[in-house]
Ligand binder design. Structure first.
Ligand code: BGC
Length: 288
C-alpha cells in the first residue's frame, strides 16, 4: 500500500526478546493441558505437564473413524479423553492445513474435511476451550519447546515422516505455521510421494534406497531454506533411532526427542499460546 503523504514511518527494529515464542514465558510454570493427536489409524490423547513437556497419567488411544464424518470424529475424540482430563483446555492436531480452527487441506484423509471447522465443534463436544493445529506444527512446537531443538536459534526445520511428510518451520523459535513442504515437487515427484514412511512401503524401497531417496529430499529442501538444524520425527525415527547415520545431508540433523508423544505434547502446548492467530477462530482475530 503506498504511503499517504505525511504518514509517519515507523522504523521496525529487530527485537530478539519479542521474537521468542510465548513458549519461553511458560517455562517454570505449573501448567497442564490436554493434547489430542488425530492420526490416520488412531486418535491419542493425554494430559500434559507443560513445565516438563511430559505426559501425566494415562495415554488413551482409540481407533480413528473413517475420517469422513465430523460427528464421528467428535465422538472418537470424546472417547479418547483420559479420566484425568478435568476441565483443562485442549489442543487437537489434524494432518492438514488448519487456519483459524478450520481445516483447509486433506492430502491423506477424506477430502470432506476441506472447509470443515474443527476447533469449534470439538469445543462444543468436549465442553472446553479447544485450539486446532496442523500435526507437524504441533510436533515441531514440542521439539522446539522441550526437545531436540530446544533453545536453538536461527532456522529450524522439523519434518515428520509418516503417511505423509509434515513440516514445521521455526525462525528463532517462532513457528511459521502451515508450511506444507512435503508437497514440494522435485523432478516431478512430491517429496512425500518419494520419501514418506508410506512411500517406502508402497515403492517397496529397501533401507539403502530409502535412505538415498530421503537424503535427496532433505538435500533439495535444504537448498531452498538453508536451515541451521533439521529435526526428523515420526514413526520411522522411533523404529530406527540411528537413522541420521545413514543419511547424507549438508545440514545438522537430529532425531526428535519426544518420539511418539510429540503431537500430543505440542497440541497441549499450542492450547496455551495466546499469540499466533492461526489457532484462533476468524471472529476472534477480527475483533482484536
Ligand atoms: C499434509 C500435512 C501433514 C502431513 C503429515 C501431509 O500430506 O499435507 O498437512 O502435516 O501430511 O501428516
Amino acid at each position: 500500500m503506498p504511503l499517504r503523504e505525511g504518514a509517519e514511518i515507523t522504523k521496525v527494529v529487530f527485537h530478539p526478546a519479542r521474537c521468542t515464542t510465548l513458549a519461553s514465558s511458560y517455562r517454570g510454570m505449573h501448567r497442564q493441558a490436554i493434547g489430542i493427536d488425530i492420526g490416520g489409524s488412531s486418535i491419542k490423547a493425554a494430559v500434559v505437564d507443560l513445565t516438563r513437556g511430559a505426559l501425566i497419567g494415562e495415554r488413551r488411544s482409540v481407533p480413528s473413524p473413517a475420517m469422513s464424518a465430523v460427528s464421528e470424529m467428535m465422538e472418537a475424540m470424546a472417547a479418547a479423553l483420559p479420566d484425568n482430563a478435568g476441565s483443562l483446555t485442549a489442543g487437537v492436531t489434524f494432518p492438514g492445513v488448519v487456519v483459524g480452527g478450520t481445516v483447509y487441506t486433506a492430502a491423506n484423509v477424506a477430502k470432506a474435511w476441506i472447509g470443515q471447522p474443527l476447533a469449534e465443534p470439538a469445543a462444543a463436544r468436549l465442553k472446553r476451550s479447544v485450539v486446532a493445529i496442523n500435526d507437524a506444527d504441533a510436533a515441531g512446537l514440542a521439539e522446539v519447546q522441550y526437545g531436540a531443538a530446544r533453545d536453538v536459534m536461527g532456522t529450524v526445520l522439523v519434518l515428520s515422516l509418516g503417511t505423509g511428510i509434515g513440516s514445521a518451520l521455526f525462525v528463532d523459535g517462532k513457528l511459521v505455521p502451515n508450511t506444507e513442504l512435503g508437497h514440494l515437487e522435485f523432478d516431478g515427484m512430491e517429496a512425500e510421494t518419494r520419501a514418506s514412511g508410506r512411500a517406502r512401503m508402497e515403492r517397496k524401497l529397501d533401507w539403502s534406497s530409502y535412505m538415498s531417496e530421503l537424503s535427496y529430499v532433505l538435500t533439495r529442501t535444504h537448498a531452498l531454506f538453508w536451515p541451521d538444524l533439521i529435526v526428523l520425527c515420526g514413526g520411522i525415527t522411533a523404529d530406527h533411532p540411528n537413522l541420521v547415520d545413514d543419511l547424507q545431508v549438508p545440514a545438522p540433523l537430529k532425531i526428535g526427542a519426544l518420539r511418539a508423544d510429540a503431537g500430543i505434547v505440542g497440541a497441549a502446548y499450542a492450547s496455551t499460546l495466546q499469540s499466533g492467530v492461526w489457532i484462533h477462530s476468524k471472529n476472534e482475530v477480527a475483533s482484536k
